[in-house]
Design a protein around this ligand. Structure first.
Ligand code: HEM
Length: 399
């Protein structure tokens, strides 16, 4: 099977197609999206760090000057929220926005959150075990990171059920050539989520709490350090990025362990392997399969000239199985020592939440291993249709 991100069979198992690309056409033009696919680890890693590419081009050129059509007017609410967050801007705006929140996500700050993360994970898992199992994704994988990031930002408990649907709808825009229905859902969710956060930030400005939204709301008042749109864009990004991929690593990770029972037994016998196991699960079945970059100046990749004005699609899932970097890359090895996977990206947009994601994953896998020693699959899971953000619809298990 060839690279075909709209085909459910490809989404379920993209790794043979990736091998073909790496071996035969590591830099190839993909007509349906007009992008260059980049399949090898060394190229993906280098391009993520190369300042001749960007998440956006709007810091150096208008749509017209870059030879692109402006987005349709109805999408404005989506872009207003998205382009106000750090992920879709480049320096100097990126530097300013990232600096404002990075202090909350340092390894030290995150380590201080570990006891709270452990408590949430333990409570979720205890309930799950008492019920005899169920859908591991809906009942454990989702609520853990949603609760953690919502508490950090200060979203009231009574509103947290709103976050997951808004995030899911907004993320539909990150898929390749999203259908009109998805575009409309993303626009609607951006409007609602934006309005909600604007209101919440205003109330926290007047009555601050001990949370990130309150801290950012104070900064809005201090002149030109943060606009209200940037505050909203930052919070939407943190709330969405703060759980989407973590949910999918948990689901994809358990599915990988169930398919590799010897590795699951090894992990049960030696939970000290959890830190390397979590890295390996992120490598073996990458939750975010692809990230894009705009080419801002003519470049050459693996002998292929790529002109300014197009997009490259960096295939993380393929890079993470590249035999040039990983010994026996198609083997799951929960003790893999050398593991320079690319799942958190690289360069200036390297995942801000990586330390937090690691704590959440170690605590969640650890809690389930301890409390459910006989955890077993009930039925073969089905993949969600998305390719870029790739995860299981549900994971039915018994304890
Ligand atoms: C296993 C879970 C996670 C994975 C695999 C992941 C992956 C990524 C990747 C690949 C990027 C860079 C995208 C690019 O270069 O185009 C990124 C950026 C980001 N991630 Fe994560 N992430 C995870 C969890 C989190 C969490 C828990 C947070 C919590 C706050 C978070 C917040 C962010 C933010 C704010 C950015 C943008 C950074 C910037 O543009 O400078 N992520 N993430």
């Amino acid at each position: 099977m060839k690279f075909d991100p709209w085909n459910p069979q490809f989404v379920a198992h993209p790794y043979d197609a990736y091998r073909d690309l790496r071996d035969n056409e590591p830099v190839s033009f993909f007509e349906p999206t007009g992008q260059w696919l980049i399949a090898r680890h060394a190229d993906v890693n280098a391009l993520l760090r190369d300042r001749r590419l960007g998440r956006s081009y709007l810091h150096v050129a208008s749509h017209e000057a870059f030879g692109r059509e402006p987005e349709p007017a109805f999408q404005e609410p989506f872009w207003r929220v998205t382009r106000a967050g750090m992920l879709d801007v480049e320096p100097p705006v990126h530097t300013r926005l990232r600096r404002l929140v990075s202090k909350a996500f340092t390894p030290r700050m995150v380590e201080a959150l570990r006891p709270r993360v452990r408590r949430i994970a333990t409570e979720l898992v205890e309930g799950f075990v008492e019920r005899g199992g169920g859908d591991l994704i809906a009942e454990v994988a989702e609520p853990l990171p949603v609760t953690v990031i919502a508490e950090m930002l200060g979203v009231p408990e009574s509103d947290r059920h709103l976050l997951r649907p808004w995030s899911a709808d907004i993320c539909k825009m990150y898929e390749l050539n999203p259908p009109m229905e998805s575009q409309q859902a993303a626009v609607r969710a951006s409007l609602e989520f934006g309005d909600y956060l604007r209101e919440l930030a205003r109330s926290r400005r007047d009555e601050p709490g001990d949370d990130l939204i309150s801290a950012l709301a104070q900064v809005v008042d201090e002149g030109d350090r943060l606009t209200e749109d940037e505050l909203v864009g930052t919070c939407v990004l943190l709330l969405n990025a703060g759980h989407e991929a973590t949910v999918n690593v948990t689901g994809n990770g358990w599915w990988s362990l169930f398919r590799n029972p010897a590795e699951l037994d090894r992990l049960r016998a030696d939970p000290g392997l959890l830190p390397t196991a979590v890295e390996e699960l992120m490598r073996y079945d990458t939750p975010l399969q692809m990230f894009e970059r705009w080419v801002l100046e003519d470049i050459e990749v693996g002998g292929v000239e790529i002109p300014k004005g197009v997009e490259v699609a960096l295939l993380f899932g393929s890079s993470n199985r590249d035999p040039a970097v990983f010994d026996d890359p198609d083997r799951l090895d929960v003790g893999r020592a050398e593991n320079p996977h690319i799942s958190f990206g690289a360069g200036i947009h390297f995942c801000l939440g990586a330390p937090l994601a690691r704590v959440e994953l170690i605590e969640s896998f650890g809690a389930l291993l301890r409390a459910a020693p006989d955890l077993a699959l009930v039925e073969e899971p089905v993949w969600k249709p998305g390719y870029v953000i790739r995860g299981l619809e549900s994971l039915k298990v018994t304890v």
